[in-house]
Write a protein that binds this ligand. Structure first.
Ligand code: NAG
Ligand code: NAG
Ligand code: NAG
Length: 519
């Protein structure tokens, strides 16, 4: 008895921190999608979990307990599409974007599930948890069924996407939560009208993507081999992580298994900068500016004219400029500019001399700037970037500009405005305080919930009934339908009875009249 008791206590104590085997699958096209998940994976590895991370973007330095499996994306279509979008964002319509994306995501996803590496994992290894990074990549949920383990979905974006809500049954409120495409108060009729229709568009896009995703799922996890259906895999997700935080997004209802971990990739304590860069920034007596157009939109795709404008303006500044550039040489580089092929953006933004961030406004960069309280000049290119830039501008800690219509004067004016008007950095500092004020930082929150799902074997007790209902059931349309039917039948019955009664009276009265006459 005693020994058993001790053994039990030992098992309870050792519990999960003993190390679970966690498979993370993220066959996406943008490294910025993967960065927050990598941050989570590193924290889990530090806590002795064995991480296997399948994605096209391995870590630059190896980490203990962390194994990268690199997916090769040999598809030139991806590279040329991104270059096209960057060079000429206005030429690429939403429609073209929507018709190109499935080709890129689902073709690549399908290939990765059949790659030697993934096939070997599926045959030879066992996992306790599967985390699927979500950029329409939900076909990966079949892996959880394959290993008979719980699944967690990690969403790259902040949006309360229809697909994610449907996975766990989270309410999509048309009257209170603005559509991902707009900003503003929902007390405004126009905003509610817009949200109503834009959510319709969002649903259409989501269902369109699901149509492709389901094909990839069914090819790789066929029912004939005993796999659960795509829909079942969807409804059996234990938890959804969202890369957002209410301090920087619209407030919305969230189930306990929809957890906000925005800012995950921001390190609680910054790493030291490379020596040269540290010296460069320390020496920036008038402050410094960070310029980067992100990892997808490579600056070498910049039109020559735009590059010339940038360099001319930078050369006239008193501030020093750190600039991301994909080659070590940059012709005509002014003395106050530091170029690097790879720059630790988060650590640079943490430097006290950084006064301004000129950015394409990818979600990651905006979150980091907000965390460190650095104002932004937004030069959005595509995707969610214009909306992010607009949001920063409307919150008052940045200026949105058009990359294609940039001139020396307009750029100079914007830079001067941000550097000289204190309001921008004051608001940025205030938002920074809000985003840092949480019971646990984003990383610890995410680790806690991953281990929660592991401890409780999928945590079925937080599964919400909404996940199992279809659209009609969820919105009580079936009940309303029944009530309408009952109402209709009652109406018919009453009408029938009334007509009968009236008629009988009339007949009776008629008969009476007849009687009178005969009398
Ligand atoms: C983009 O549009 C402009 C103007 O409509 C046109 O001149 C240009 O050739 C287009 N670029 C591409 C790559 O299609
Ligand atoms: C749902 O996931 C749990 C683990 O979280 C698993 O035990 C269960 O079998 C799954 N249900 C279906 C229908 O696959
Ligand atoms: C996935 O790949 C296989 C093998 O290359 C192919 O036969 C199948 O049609 C593909 N499915 C989808 C949905 O792309």
């Amino acid at each position: 008895m005693k020994v058993e008791g001790l053994a039990l206590i030992f098992v309870l104590l050792s519990g999960v921190s003993d190390g679970s085997r966690i498979l993370i699958y993220y066959p996406t096209i943008g490294i910025s999608h993967v960065l927050p998940v990598q941050a989570l994976a590193k924290s889990l590895a530090e806590r002795n979990h064995e991480i296997t991370f399948v994605s096209p973007f391995p870590l630059s330095k190896p980490v203990k307990n962390y194994r990268d499996i690199k997916l090769e994306n040999n598809d030139d279509a991806t590279a040329s599409f991104i270059s096209e979008v960057t060079k000429n964002p206005k030429n690429v319509s939403m429609f073209q974007m929507m018709s190109k994306m499935p080709q890129l995501i689902f073709k690549f996803g399908n290939e990765t599930l059949q790659s030697k590496e993934v096939r070997r994992l599926m045959k030879e290894e066992q996992f306790d948890l599967v985390i699927v990074g979500f950029f329409f990549t939900d076909f990966g949920l079949g892996l959880a069924d394959h290993f008979k383990c719980p699944s967690i979905v990690f969403s790259h974006g902040a949006g309360s996407f229809w697909t994610l809500n449907r996975m766990v049954g989270n309410p999509t409120s048309l009257s209170t939560v603005p559509s991902g495409f707009i900003r503003g108060e929902m007390t405004s009729f126009i905003n509610r009208l817009k949200t109503f229709f834009l959510t319709g568009v969002e649903v259409a896009i989501a269902e369109y993507m699901k149509y492709y995703s389901k094909q990839v799922y069914e090819y790789n996890f066929p029912k004939s081999e005993g796999y659960i259906s795509y829909e079942e895999a969807h409804n059996n997700v234990s938890l959804v992580f969202m890369n957002s935080h209410f301090s920087g997004a619209s407030v919305r209802p969230l189930l306990p298994n929809m957890v906000e971990v925005g800012g995950l990739q921001v390190k609680p304590v910054s790493d030291p900068l490379p020596e040269k860069l540290q010296a460069f920034l320390d020496g920036a007596k008038q402050g410094a500016i960070l310029f980067t157009l992100g990892s997808n939109s490579k600056s070498k795709y910049l039109p020559e004219q735009t590059l010339k404008i940038l360099l001319t303006v930078f050369s006239k500044l008193k501030q020093r400029v750190v600039m991301k550039w994909e080659s070590d040489v940059l012709e005509g580089k002014p003395d106050n500019v530091f170029v690097g092929t790879w720059l630790p953006q988060d650590d640079i933004l943490a430097h006290p001399n950084i006064k301004l961030f000129i950015s394409h406004c990818g979600l990651g960069g905006v979150v980091e700037a907000r965390h460190h309280g650095v104002p932004i000049i937004g030069l959005p290119v595509y995707g969610d970037q214009p909306k992010n830039a607009e949001e920063v501008a409307s919150e008052g800690w940045g200026i949105q500009m058009d990359l294609m219509e940039l001139t020396e004067t307009s750029l100079m004016e914007s830079i001067n405005e941000i550097i000289t008007v204190p309001r921008y950095s004051e608001i940025a500092k205030k938002l920074s305080a809000l985003t840092r004020d949480r019971p646990m930082n984003a990383k610890d929150t995410a680790v806690y919930w991953v281990e929660y799902v592991l401890r409780h074997r999928g945590a079925p007790h937080i599964h919400y009934a909404g996940a199992d209902l279809n659209f009609l059931q969820y919105n009580s349309y079936d009940i309303i339908g029944l009530l309408l039917l009952i109402l209709w039948i009652s109406g018919k019955t009453i009408k029938f009875v009334v007509v009968r009664l009236c008629c009988r009276k009339k007949i009776l009265r008629g008969k009476g009249n007849n009687r009178k006459k005969t009398n």
